[in-house]
Design a protein around this ligand. Sequence first.
Ligand SMILES: Cc1cc2nc3c(=O)[nH]c(=O)nc-3n(C[C@H](O)[C@H](O)[C@H](O)COP(=O)(O)O)c2cc1C
Length: 145
Amino acid sequence: MKRIRYVSQFSQEMSEEAIGDLATRASHRNSQLGITGFLLTSGRLFFQVLEGPDSQVDGLFEDIVADPRHKDVLLLDTELEITQRFFPSWSMRPFDLDHHADARLEPVRQMLVSILEKRQEIARLTRALEKAIWYEAAAGLAEGV
Ligand SMILES: Cc1cc2nc3c(=O)[nH]c(=O)nc-3n(C[C@H](O)[C@H](O)[C@H](O)COP(=O)(O)O)c2cc1C
């Protein structure tokens, strides 16, 4: 089995009802696939953990990445050869952080905001890196290297 985590952003505003509907359908399908985990929302961000048989998780993740309801899907990590599930009884438990009064969850919300900021920074740095490499290569070409 494997466990993956990713973050993504809503493509457009989603009502609580639409998110509830998504989670209910996901939960049904996950039960059939043997997948467990949770789906957390905060602001316009999703954070999801999926765990289950390798091929099922991979297949589902492909579907999820292609889903037009969200964008900028960033895979945070993949744990391979796990022997135990963290969330054995959740076929897909939704959490709405913004409507959760529990102050203990505030650090989780902060963490998500930080991940989003970091990913924007990574995108900026990657573009700068590519530009620098491109200039370097172009200069090399001009000098006949
Ligand atoms: C953020 C997000 C998380 C999703 N999570 C799941 C999931 O855990 N399981 C699932 O079957 N579909 C999930 N989906 C939906 C899939 O992308 C896809 O629409 C669905 O698997 C197709 O089945 P359906 O036609 O029954 O909706 C998710 C979609 C989004 C946008």
